[in-house]
Design a protein around this ligand. Structure first.
Ligand code: HEC
Length: 132
């Protein structure tokens, strides 16, 4: 699990170097991830469903393998094209994930993925992908 995540992260770093450089530059002024998750916990609660791109970045390890490979086609359960979500409108991403979770949209993989996401996860992931 950890190993997989590291491989995925390494891969993303290579593929998305320019984006990550920008993201890291932007976050330099912000609190480091650790203190953000401790100190800002109450602040985050107050923001309710306001997505946090930094938090989303930490949650995207399971999305990277499909969504961050240009032109990737998943082969399970059948071959289908994986849409590009990087840079997609955050609201669009958020509503798409909710639709998969509610089964208003049906897709075997994405329904399963979205079922594991909380409202906060969805908002954070939408903010993260929408900001790239
Ligand atoms: C196993 C591959 C796979 C994984 C893992 C995966 N997705 Fe997807 N995703 C897909 C495919 C394939 C589609 C297109 C499904 C369809 O046609 O409805 C999709 C669709 C989407 C869409 C809708 C895009 C659009 O243009 O309508 C969003 C948003 C999305 N995924 C977000 C995520 C997020 C966030 C994660 C991680 C939490 C994730 N996905 C993990 C394969 C994957």
């Amino acid at each position: 699990m950890i190993e997989k995540r590291m491989v995925a992260a390494g891969f993303a770093a290579v593929m998305l170097l320019p984006c990550l450089a920008v993201a890291q530059g932007a976050s330099q002024g912000a609190a480091p991830a650790q203190s953000a998750s401790q100190g800002a916990a109450s602040g985050q609660d107050q923001q309710a469903v306001q997505g946090n791109a930094e938090a989303g970045r930490a949650k995207n390890s399971m999305c990277i393998g499909c969504h961050e490979i240009p032109g990737y086609k998943s082969s399970f359960p059948s071959v289908y094209h994986v849409p590009r979500i990087v840079g997609q409108n955050a609201r669009y991403i958020e509503s798409a994930l909710r639709e998969y979770r509610n089964r208003d949209r049906n897709h075997p993989t994405m329904t399963a993925v979205a079922e594991g996401l909380s409202d906060r996860d969805i908002a954070d992931l939408a903010a993260y992908y929408g900001s790239k």
